[in-house]
Design a protein around this ligand. Structure first.
Ligand SMILES: [Zn+2]
Length: 449
């Protein structure tokens, strides 16, 4: 066998037995591979060796990000998104690389580098100040494992071109680099920007919203495409299992997870207008812009019959995204709103249909009613919505700010039932109610039921 020695280390690789690992992303097979006393884990779904170029994630161990829930880096989000992407295809593999902590410098040095970053250094400068390399990860074991498992040709789930090149040097054919749909968080955006500027990581895609729609695992791209193609009125709300959008003190950070946030931003990127009620602006001071995905901001409409929203709110004070402040005929708008704000008068006792007509007078395209619970509920009860995306998070709040509430029916036979589709958004469940088709479900039950 000495004649078949390769630089990949395959001949020194020791494989453990296969066992099953049920996860939130589905059932995986798991086994260990040990190379030179270092043991790595491989999670596999379906038959990746039977695919021409299976989806593969070569994930570097990160205790803080993967296990402790740290938002300093995006490792935990990448790990979850990679497993979700593999589960969505039904075939693929995640190689979990041991001794890759802190890009190879180890946990103690990584935490030392964190301390320097707390004083203002970026991730690259901190490593150099400690006399450590920017990136000392070795992928020999990953290449050997891929070869051993019959996957010499892969699509690699990563934003890191260096990882691709390292695997290619070791004989793995990377046919494409697949970016995971992971949004930056406020706590890690500086870190991720440093990796893009100083370590050549891929930036988020610029303009191709159709392609990025397809990358949200488990969600059909046509859910978003229809928003751009038609003039729909849709609503989106994330609520707890017991139907609340915030606690009784108004705390709403966060009810649903980051995948639901990506979904929301994707809807915003496909509509012409986003509408929120005054109370939502007062309580949450949202930006209502598109940040987690590529795409243009919708025009922001603030429904504020009594002109209660403070002019210091983000939507009224910060451009350039155009904002329309919809106030009642009697209300007096305060001066000093930004140049990006237009004031429009609502008809007296405006119904949801009246409000839609006012918006349609300003912009053409689909409208997103984004909150809060009262505004979305009033549009739902008035039959003004074509679709409602209702995300339910696996959390109980007990009491607080209600989500969907309206004057209901006396009997179940008259309750609002509509066709729906359902998809998972990370840990959350989104139900898309197809309300413009509600009449189908409203047909009378047959007499023999
Ligand atoms: Zn990390």
């Amino acid at each position: 066998m000495t004649s078949t020695r390769t630089p990949t280390g395959s001949e020194r690789l020791v494989a453990g037995p296969v066992s099953s690992l049920p996860t939130e992303h589905g059932m995986f097979a798991i086994r260990s591979f040990t190379l030179d006393t270092v043991t790595h884990a491989v999670m596999m779904m379906g038959d990746p060796a039977g695919c021409d170029s299976p989806l593969v994630r070569v994930h570097s161990e990160c205790l803080t990000g993967d296990a402790l829930g740290s938002h300093r880096c995006d490792c935990g989000d990448q790990l979850g998104a990679a497993l979700a992407a593999i589960a969505s295809e039904g075939h693929g593999m995640l190689v979990y690389m041991a001794e890759h902590e802190g890009r190879g410098i180890g946990l103690a040095a990584k935490l030392q580098a964190y301390a320097l970053q707390d004083e203002g250094m970026d991730t690259v400068s901190a490593n150099r100040a400690l006399g450590l390399p920017d990136d000392s990860r070795d992928y020999t074991a990953a290449a050997a494992i891929l070869r051993e498992l019959g996957c010499p040709r892969i699509r690699l789930l990563t934003s890191n071109p260096s990882k691709q090149h390292a695997l290619e040097e070791l004989g793995v054919e990377v046919v494409s680099r697949v970016r995971l749909p992971v949004a930056d968080r406020p706590e890690n955006s500086a870190y991720l920007t440093s990796k893009r500027l100083r370590m050549n990581h891929d930036a988020p895609p610029e303009t191709d919203t159709e392609e990025s729609s397809a990358q949200l695992p488990g969600v059909d791209a046509d859910i978003y495409a229809a928003l751009a193609a038609n003039e729909e009125v849709v609503a989106q709300l994330a609520q707890s299992q017991d139907g609340f959008i915030a606690t009784r003190t108004g705390d709403a950070c966060f009810v649903s997870g980051s995948t639901d946030r990506t979904h929301l931003h994707r809807i915003r990127a496909h509509v012409a207008a986003v509408l929120v009620g005054a109370q939502t602006v007062i309580a949450d001071d949202p930006q209502l812009t598109v940040r987690a995905v590529p795409g243009a901001d919708p025009v922001r409409f603030v429904l504020d019959p009594h002109a209660r929203v403070p002019v210091t709110s983000t939507v009224l004070s910060t451009g350039p995204t155009p904002t329309v402040w919809m106030i009642g005929a009697e209300a007096t708008p305060r001066a000093n709103v930004g140049d990006h704000v237009r004031v429009v008068r609502l008809p007296p006792a405006a119904s949801p249909q009246d409000i839609i007509a006012v918006i349609r007078g300003q912009v053409a395209g689909s409208i997103l009613v984004e909150g809060g619970g009262r505004t979305v509920s009033s549009f739902l009860a008035a039959g003004a919505l074509d679709r409602l995306f209702l995300t339910t998070a696996p959390v109980f709040i007990g009491d607080g700010v209600p989500g969907i509430r309206f004057h209901g029916s006396e009997v179940m036979a008259q309750a609002l039932r509509t066709p729906f589709r359902r998809f998972e958004l990370g840990e959350d469940m989104c139900t898309e109610y197809l309300l413009s088709r509600a009449s189908v479900a409203h047909s009378q039950p047959s007499p023999n039921m």
